[in-house]
Design a binder for this molecule. Sequence first.
Ligand SMILES: Cc1cc2nc3c(=O)[nH]c(=O)nc-3n(C[C@H](O)[C@H](O)[C@H](O)COP(=O)(O)OP(=O)(O)OC[C@H]3O[C@@H](n4cnc5c(N)ncnc54)[C@H](O)[C@@H]3O)c2cc1C
Length: 460
Amino acid sequence: MIDKKIFDEVRKTIGKQKVFSEKEYLLTYSYDATALEFQPDLVVFPESEEDIENILKIAYRHKIPVTPRGAGVGYTGGSIPLKGGIVMVFTRMNRILAIDTENFLAVVEPGVVTQHLQEEVEKKGLFYPPDPASLKTSTIGGNVAENAGGLRCYKYGVTGNYVLALDAFLINGEKFKAGSPVIKDVAGYNLKSLLVGSEGTLAVISKITLRLIPLPQHRVSFRVDFNSLQKGAEFINYAIRSNINPSAVEFMDRSSISAVYQYLGLPLDDQLKATVIIELDGNRMDVEERKNKFVQIVQDYDTLCFQAAETSEEQEKLWDIRRNISPALTKLNPEKINEDIVVPTAKIPATVEYINQLAQEYDLVITLFGHFGDGNIHTNLMLNPEKQGEMERAEIALDKIFRHVVAVNGTISGEHGIGITKKPFMKYQFSELEMDLFKRLKQSFDPENLLNPGKILNFE
Ligand SMILES: Cc1cc2nc3c(=O)[nH]c(=O)nc-3n(C[C@H](O)[C@H](O)[C@H](O)COP(=O)(O)OP(=O)(O)OC[C@H]3O[C@@H](n4cnc5c(N)ncnc54)[C@H](O)[C@@H]3O)c2cc1C
């Protein structure tokens, strides 16, 4: 609990219109996109770096935990205040400070919404590629802290590939800089990369300098349908090997296709068992050349149906199918465990088969879709808690999935981070020494474990 004296001190220091302890605020900032809920004692909305510094100094003096928060659409409980204390919400620090067309970079506050930045940058003929499916709501600060990925990672990489420099605060309110606004920088330890994906546990990020690239002039997308799950899964490596350099390689299994077709009111062919969506982008001539190559390789493969989407309207329609998976799945069963495992691409077919076997063995609905081009398999266990023993069976299956992923040299999280929900599985991927190194890193930034405590690692 934060006593009234501290509450008054924070209000007096940064202004009462930025500090709240009313029940509706504590409730609103107690959850994210998981089903977890932990209430803070205080919610603060910094509007400047000075506010951040002042809040942190007070919190540090009184040993109050602080949890940074963007839009709160994380999938692993990262922005939930597990130990109470202060939630520092960045939605009011949402200014794009510069779009520098000479040096190809943008400087933003952490609360800028991802799509807003993309739109502003594109108006100037530039491109910020990271595109998590949550981009209409997620913030750049949240994307950096989670090292968010998205649809275009196969070609363009993840958020971290675009972070040039960060301004940040230690838990005691001291400010520091990490990285430089240039593409190459090998001076000193790479603090910037350490902060990217640190889930708000090492430092509070107050300013972000991002790399921009020229906007591709032309795009074309394809839908390739298969009458077998395996054929679809095997097509991923086949397509990549053909050197068409796709910007997106997405996969959907039968259960995700059927959920989304039903949701959008589209007719569904009984034979359809898997769909791969591929996007090519670049300058027009280059895209045409790669398109012809792709059409050729598809003709040589055993497909059910193949369709090109060339106009922006056709492409929108096609990508709408992919984008609507998440809302469509909510209709399948009331609860969902949503994982974002990654395996080497050659292991995709075997992994898909293994998970399907588990679904049958444990009588579960498990849908598979996602960014298969980079091996990222969104694995959704769709659960009905009223079905006897379903939650217990799901836990056993999930444990087996994580063990399998690590055994084939994959990772337990490609995008969503560890937060609270994936902590129990860290031991499968990391040795005791590696976990200890993580702890020592955390302790060197935050010796008293006050910044977003209880995430990634356990200290108790
Ligand atoms: C429908 C849906 C689709 C999604 N699709 C994708 C996807 O395609 N790819 C993907 O990668 N993720 C995806 N996500 C997950 C999520 O959107 C991302 O993790 C996103 O980056 C979260 O952004 P946010 O602003 O909501 O951050 P929050 O959830 O508020 O916070 C996330 C983490 O960042 C930390 N943080 C936030 N701001 C700061 C700061 N200024 N300084 C330090 N730490 C900070 C928080 O403490 C927390 O640990 C999806 C989520 C949903 C609900």
